[in-house]
Design a protein around this ligand. Structure first.
Ligand code: GN1
Ligand code: MG
Length: 348
């Protein structure tokens, strides 16, 4: 830590780990005067750290003025002593520091309609605030991040090899993937086509990346590592697949998992009040939730079969449980699709 403190000109600080995210490692740095947010960036996942930090710098600067007016916040980068956006230590690890957005909290799932509406509005403002930002300026931090065809190719490869003999436990999941692959690939093709506009998107809009103030009003969206050119449908889908799930992302008892239509309605209402969508985008909001839960389920399952190399795990079957949760969310949405369509219709 000494080396890191020196790089960021921090004299003395208490370091507390923060349990957020399953890719980077996060810490609260508490100095006698103020607190900071320190992160070790996972450079096995993010290969171009310089490009990634440039993205964040560009986008946060673009948003800062607009957000100021609405009392919303963006993560502010604290540069190193030699004015770099990150620090590479002698072990080859990458570190960055942000100002801590004080007196805020986050949720692992959406607990009421107010929070849903607030988060929806926040996401809408984020997308709309970047509608005049040239997405070509952004570096692609993870190539093919939202490309289902590529994710499925990787999955097939891992299944073929079954290096760790884990296939035995996943027959149900294999059947599930087979059942829906065609439909999901159709959606993948749609996302890649000209029919869906390319925008600046966040690509990690799960609900715990939204910060709320004491009154539970949303004040920030954080975690800008996957800022890239993409589709707003992915962001809405990711927000909903995480926010609608009333249990944990790795819930082992799927009976505990339900999805709440009032929360869906409130989130969509907040979101649509801020952002202008094309007809194609609007018509595909529910498919987008199915798409993101399917793809994330496939990613978790791939990682389970590959002995948990990508997502950080705390216990043996965690990635398998995470996959099952995504597939359950998918099934619950399929069951309530008609009702969800009606909700959206009545919002227009
Ligand atoms: C990862 O680490 P975190 O929680 O910010 C992952 C997302 C997943 C999410 C699932 C770069 O994000 O794509 O949706 O886990 N990020 C990356 O919890 O792979
Ligand atoms: Mg993230």
């Amino acid at each position: 830590m000494h080396e890191i403190f020196e790089a960021f000109e921090i004299k003395e600080a208490k370091v507390e780990p923060i349990e957020i995210g399953i890719i980077n490692q996060s810490f609260r740095l508490i100095t006698p005067k103020e607190s900071f947010f320190l992160q070790k960036i996972n450079h096995h996942v993010f290969k171009d750290i310089n490009g990634l930090m440039q993205n964040i710098e560009l986008v946060t600067k673009h948003l800062a003025n607009k957000f100021d007016k609405h009392c919303l916040k963006v993560p502010k980068i604290i540069p190193t002593i030699d004015k770099k956006l990150f620090f590479k230590d002698s072990l080859g690890d990458y570190w960055r520091v942000f100002e801590l957005i004080e007196e805020t909290h986050s949720f692992n799932h959406i607990v009421n309609e107010h929070i849903a509406f607030e988060a929806g509005k926040m996401l809408g403002k984020f997308i709309e605030g970047l509608s005049d930002f040239d997405s070509q300026k952004l570096v692609t931090t993870i190539p093919n991040f939202t490309n289902l065809q590529i994710r499925l190719n990787t999955f097939d490869d891992i299944v073929q090899k079954d290096n760790f003999n884990r296939l035995v436990s996943i027959q149900k999941e294999l059947d599930f993937i087979q059942k829906y692959t065609q439909e999901m690939i159709q959606f993948d093709d749609l996302l890649k086509s000209k029919a869906i506009p390319k925008r600046v998107t966040h690509n990690d809009t799960k609900i715990n990346n939204f910060l709320f103030d004491k009154k539970d009003n949303a004040v920030a969206l954080i975690d800008f590592d996957t800022l890239m050119q993409g589709s707003v449908l992915f962001d809405f889908g990711d927000a909903m697949r995480s926010g609608l799930n009333t249990s944990q992302e790795d819930e082992s008892n799927l009976e505990n998992l339900t999805i709440n239509m009032d929360i869906f309605k409130a989130y969509s209402k907040g979101f649509l009040s801020q952002v202008e969508l094309t007809k194609e985008e609007r018509d595909n909001l529910i498919n987008a939730i199915l798409f993101v839960s399917f793809m994330l389920g496939v990613r978790f399952l791939s990682d389970y079969l590959d002995r948990d190399r990508y997502f950080h795990t705390q216990y043996p079957f965690q990635n398998l449980y995470r996959c099952r949760v995504q597939f359950k969310v998918f099934e619950l949405i399929v069951k309530q699709e008609k009702e969800m369509e009606n909700i959206l219709k009545n919002l227009s």
